[in-house]
Write a protein that binds this ligand. Structure first.
Ligand SMILES: C[S@@+](CC[C@H](N)C(=O)[O-])C[C@H]1O[C@@H](n2cnc3c(N)ncnc32)[C@H](O)[C@@H]1O
Length: 226
Protein backbone atom coordinates (compact mmCIF):
# COMPACT_ATOMS: atom_id res chain seq x y z
CA UNK A 1 0.00 0.00 0.00
CA UNK A 2 1.21 3.51 -0.76
CA UNK A 3 2.40 5.44 2.28
CA UNK A 4 0.24 8.36 1.05
CA UNK A 5 -3.01 6.36 1.17
CA UNK A 6 -4.62 6.71 4.61
CA UNK A 7 -4.28 3.52 6.66
CA UNK A 8 -7.07 4.40 9.08
CA UNK A 9 -10.71 5.27 8.46
CA UNK A 10 -11.90 8.84 8.95
CA UNK A 11 -14.03 7.74 11.89
CA UNK A 12 -11.11 5.96 13.59
CA UNK A 13 -8.97 9.09 13.25
CA UNK A 14 -11.77 11.26 14.65
CA UNK A 15 -12.24 8.95 17.66
CA UNK A 16 -8.48 8.72 18.16
CA UNK A 17 -8.34 12.56 18.25
CA UNK A 18 -10.91 12.53 21.08
CA UNK A 19 -8.71 10.09 23.01
CA UNK A 20 -5.64 12.24 22.47
CA UNK A 21 -7.45 15.22 24.00
CA UNK A 22 -8.52 13.31 27.09
CA UNK A 23 -6.79 13.76 30.43
CA UNK A 24 -7.25 10.08 31.18
CA UNK A 25 -5.41 9.11 27.97
CA UNK A 26 -2.46 11.35 28.76
CA UNK A 27 -2.30 10.19 32.39
CA UNK A 28 -2.31 6.55 31.25
CA UNK A 29 0.46 7.27 28.71
CA UNK A 30 2.64 8.95 31.38
CA UNK A 31 2.08 6.07 33.78
CA UNK A 32 3.01 3.49 31.14
CA UNK A 33 6.12 5.39 30.06
CA UNK A 34 7.28 5.66 33.67
CA UNK A 35 6.76 1.93 34.13
CA UNK A 36 8.80 1.25 30.99
CA UNK A 37 11.82 2.83 32.78
CA UNK A 38 12.47 5.08 29.81
CA UNK A 39 13.76 8.14 31.74
CA UNK A 40 16.11 5.98 33.81
CA UNK A 41 17.47 4.01 30.83
CA UNK A 42 17.65 7.11 28.61
CA UNK A 43 19.09 9.52 31.16
CA UNK A 44 21.17 11.25 28.44
CA UNK A 45 18.80 13.74 26.78
CA UNK A 46 20.96 13.83 23.64
CA UNK A 47 19.99 10.25 22.76
CA UNK A 48 18.36 9.84 19.35
CA UNK A 49 14.82 8.54 19.69
CA UNK A 50 12.31 7.34 17.10
CA UNK A 51 8.56 7.03 17.70
CA UNK A 52 7.12 4.29 15.47
CA UNK A 53 3.59 5.14 14.32
CA UNK A 54 3.59 8.53 16.09
CA UNK A 55 -0.08 9.27 15.31
CA UNK A 56 -0.92 12.86 16.28
CA UNK A 57 2.47 13.21 17.99
CA UNK A 58 1.40 12.86 21.63
CA UNK A 59 4.43 10.69 22.47
CA UNK A 60 6.79 13.10 20.73
CA UNK A 61 5.31 16.06 22.64
CA UNK A 62 5.86 14.17 25.88
CA UNK A 63 9.49 13.33 25.05
CA UNK A 64 10.11 16.95 24.19
CA UNK A 65 8.56 18.10 27.45
CA UNK A 66 11.07 15.82 29.19
CA UNK A 67 13.98 17.57 27.47
CA UNK A 68 14.72 15.18 24.56
CA UNK A 69 15.51 17.13 21.40
CA UNK A 70 16.86 14.52 19.01
CA UNK A 71 13.52 13.13 17.80
CA UNK A 72 12.40 11.21 14.73
CA UNK A 73 9.16 9.45 13.84
CA UNK A 74 7.41 7.38 11.23
CA UNK A 75 3.67 7.32 10.58
CA UNK A 76 1.94 5.82 7.52
CA UNK A 77 -1.18 7.99 7.83
CA UNK A 78 -0.20 11.48 6.66
CA UNK A 79 -3.59 12.84 7.87
CA UNK A 80 -2.51 12.37 11.46
CA UNK A 81 0.81 14.19 11.30
CA UNK A 82 -0.41 17.39 9.61
CA UNK A 83 -0.58 19.35 12.85
CA UNK A 84 2.70 18.26 14.42
CA UNK A 85 4.31 21.69 14.88
CA UNK A 86 7.51 22.47 12.95
CA UNK A 87 8.90 23.81 16.24
CA UNK A 88 9.15 20.19 17.45
CA UNK A 89 11.91 19.63 14.84
CA UNK A 90 10.96 16.01 14.35
CA UNK A 91 12.53 14.12 11.47
CA UNK A 92 9.31 12.57 10.17
CA UNK A 93 8.90 10.00 7.41
CA UNK A 94 5.61 8.57 6.14
CA UNK A 95 6.14 4.83 6.02
CA UNK A 96 5.20 1.64 7.81
CA UNK A 97 6.87 -0.21 10.67
CA UNK A 98 7.38 -3.14 8.28
CA UNK A 99 9.70 -0.99 6.11
CA UNK A 100 11.23 1.88 8.04
CA UNK A 101 12.76 4.60 5.87
CA UNK A 102 15.81 5.25 8.05
CA UNK A 103 19.32 3.83 7.73
CA UNK A 104 20.77 0.99 9.81
CA UNK A 105 21.84 1.76 13.39
CA UNK A 106 20.37 5.28 13.43
CA UNK A 107 18.76 5.31 16.89
CA UNK A 108 19.51 4.88 20.59
CA UNK A 109 15.89 4.11 21.36
CA UNK A 110 12.78 2.93 19.51
CA UNK A 111 9.29 3.56 20.95
CA UNK A 112 6.44 1.30 19.90
CA UNK A 113 3.30 2.56 21.63
CA UNK A 114 0.12 0.89 20.44
CA UNK A 115 1.35 -0.09 16.96
CA UNK A 116 1.99 -3.82 16.74
CA UNK A 117 -1.64 -4.67 17.45
CA UNK A 118 -2.59 -2.77 14.26
CA UNK A 119 -0.44 -4.98 12.07
CA UNK A 120 -1.88 -7.82 10.03
CA UNK A 121 -0.44 -10.97 11.57
CA UNK A 122 2.85 -12.78 12.00
CA UNK A 123 4.65 -11.79 8.80
CA UNK A 124 4.00 -8.13 9.57
CA UNK A 125 5.16 -8.59 13.21
CA UNK A 126 8.41 -10.24 12.11
CA UNK A 127 9.05 -7.58 9.45
CA UNK A 128 8.51 -4.80 12.00
CA UNK A 129 10.75 -6.52 14.58
CA UNK A 130 13.52 -6.98 11.98
CA UNK A 131 13.27 -3.33 10.98
CA UNK A 132 13.35 -2.13 14.59
CA UNK A 133 16.47 -4.24 15.17
CA UNK A 134 18.06 -2.89 11.99
CA UNK A 135 17.63 0.82 12.80
CA UNK A 136 18.73 0.41 16.43
CA UNK A 137 22.34 0.97 17.51
CA UNK A 138 24.08 -1.80 19.47
CA UNK A 139 23.29 -1.27 23.17
CA UNK A 140 20.10 0.65 22.26
CA UNK A 141 16.65 0.17 23.80
CA UNK A 142 13.24 -0.81 22.45
CA UNK A 143 10.20 0.26 24.49
CA UNK A 144 7.12 -1.75 23.54
CA UNK A 145 3.79 -0.73 25.09
CA UNK A 146 0.89 -2.74 23.65
CA UNK A 147 -2.30 -4.50 24.69
CA UNK A 148 -1.29 -7.86 26.16
CA UNK A 149 -3.87 -9.35 28.53
CA UNK A 150 -6.64 -10.98 26.54
CA UNK A 151 -8.95 -11.84 29.43
CA UNK A 152 -8.75 -8.29 30.82
CA UNK A 153 -9.83 -6.85 27.46
CA UNK A 154 -12.76 -9.28 27.31
CA UNK A 155 -13.75 -8.09 30.77
CA UNK A 156 -13.28 -4.41 29.99
CA UNK A 157 -15.02 -4.28 26.59
CA UNK A 158 -18.58 -4.27 28.02
CA UNK A 159 -17.53 -1.94 30.85
CA UNK A 160 -16.09 0.58 28.37
CA UNK A 161 -19.29 0.30 26.30
CA UNK A 162 -21.40 1.08 29.36
CA UNK A 163 -19.17 4.01 30.35
CA UNK A 164 -19.50 5.25 26.76
CA UNK A 165 -23.16 6.05 27.48
CA UNK A 166 -21.96 8.83 29.80
CA UNK A 167 -18.48 9.74 28.63
CA UNK A 168 -17.32 11.04 25.23
CA UNK A 169 -13.85 9.60 25.84
CA UNK A 170 -15.12 6.08 26.57
CA UNK A 171 -17.54 6.28 23.66
CA UNK A 172 -14.61 7.06 21.33
CA UNK A 173 -12.50 4.37 22.99
CA UNK A 174 -15.21 1.75 22.54
CA UNK A 175 -15.56 2.64 18.87
CA UNK A 176 -11.82 2.45 18.14
CA UNK A 177 -11.71 -0.91 19.89
CA UNK A 178 -14.60 -2.15 17.74
CA UNK A 179 -12.83 -1.10 14.55
CA UNK A 180 -9.49 -2.68 15.41
CA UNK A 181 -10.94 -5.69 17.24
CA UNK A 182 -9.84 -8.45 14.83
CA UNK A 183 -6.20 -7.37 14.69
CA UNK A 184 -6.12 -6.42 18.37
CA UNK A 185 -7.47 -9.76 19.58
CA UNK A 186 -5.03 -11.64 17.34
CA UNK A 187 -2.15 -9.66 18.84
CA UNK A 188 -3.42 -10.15 22.39
CA UNK A 189 -3.48 -13.91 21.90
CA UNK A 190 -0.10 -14.03 20.14
CA UNK A 191 2.06 -11.30 21.68
CA UNK A 192 4.10 -14.01 23.44
CA UNK A 193 5.44 -15.02 20.03
CA UNK A 194 6.65 -11.46 19.47
CA UNK A 195 8.49 -11.67 22.80
CA UNK A 196 10.09 -14.99 21.74
CA UNK A 197 11.08 -13.62 18.34
CA UNK A 198 12.86 -10.63 19.86
CA UNK A 199 14.55 -12.69 22.56
CA UNK A 200 15.91 -15.06 19.89
CA UNK A 201 17.70 -12.06 18.41
CA UNK A 202 19.62 -11.75 21.69
CA UNK A 203 17.84 -8.74 23.21
CA UNK A 204 18.19 -8.48 27.00
CA UNK A 205 14.98 -7.96 29.00
CA UNK A 206 14.84 -4.81 31.16
CA UNK A 207 11.05 -4.74 31.80
CA UNK A 208 8.51 -7.48 31.06
CA UNK A 209 5.33 -6.64 32.92
CA UNK A 210 1.58 -6.13 32.64
CA UNK A 211 -0.50 -3.25 33.93
CA UNK A 212 -4.30 -3.38 33.58
CA UNK A 213 -4.38 -4.88 30.04
CA UNK A 214 -1.13 -3.36 28.81
CA UNK A 215 2.06 -5.31 28.12
CA UNK A 216 5.27 -3.40 28.90
CA UNK A 217 8.33 -4.87 27.26
CA UNK A 218 11.60 -2.93 27.44
CA UNK A 219 14.57 -4.68 25.88
CA UNK A 220 18.18 -3.84 25.13
CA UNK A 221 20.13 -4.80 22.03
CA UNK A 222 23.46 -6.47 22.79
CA UNK A 223 26.45 -4.13 22.64
CA UNK A 224 28.99 -4.81 19.94
CA UNK A 225 31.76 -7.19 20.97
CA UNK A 226 35.40 -6.08 20.88
C1 LIG B 1 -3.19 3.57 18.75
S1 LIG B 1 -2.40 4.64 17.60
C2 LIG B 1 -0.94 5.04 18.52
C3 LIG B 1 -0.29 6.31 18.04
C4 LIG B 1 0.92 6.79 18.84
N1 LIG B 1 1.96 5.78 18.94
C5 LIG B 1 0.51 7.23 20.21
O1 LIG B 1 1.04 6.70 21.17
O2 LIG B 1 -0.33 8.14 20.32
C6 LIG B 1 -1.84 3.55 16.36
C7 LIG B 1 -1.01 4.23 15.27
O3 LIG B 1 -0.40 3.19 14.46
C8 LIG B 1 -0.37 3.68 13.15
N2 LIG B 1 -0.14 2.52 12.28
C9 LIG B 1 -1.06 1.67 11.74
N3 LIG B 1 -0.44 0.75 10.98
C10 LIG B 1 0.90 0.99 11.07
C11 LIG B 1 2.05 0.39 10.51
N4 LIG B 1 1.95 -0.67 9.71
N5 LIG B 1 3.25 0.92 10.79
C12 LIG B 1 3.36 2.00 11.62
N6 LIG B 1 2.30 2.61 12.17
C13 LIG B 1 1.08 2.12 11.90
C14 LIG B 1 -1.71 4.35 12.99
O4 LIG B 1 -1.78 5.18 11.86
C15 LIG B 1 -1.79 5.10 14.31
O5 LIG B 1 -1.16 6.34 14.25
Amino acid sequence: MSAKKPVNTESWNADFAVLMESRLGSLYRRMMLRRSRFSELLADKEKRIIDIGCGYGAGLAYFRSQGYRNLAAIEPDAQLTRDIPASMSVELRHCRAEKIAFPDRSFDAVFVYGILHHLSGFDAYWAACDEIDRILKPGGFVFIIEPGRYWVILLLEPIFKALGLFSRTFKAYGRTMDEERTEQHFFLKNHGKVREYLLKKGFRVRVDDYLVYTWLFTIQKPAEKG
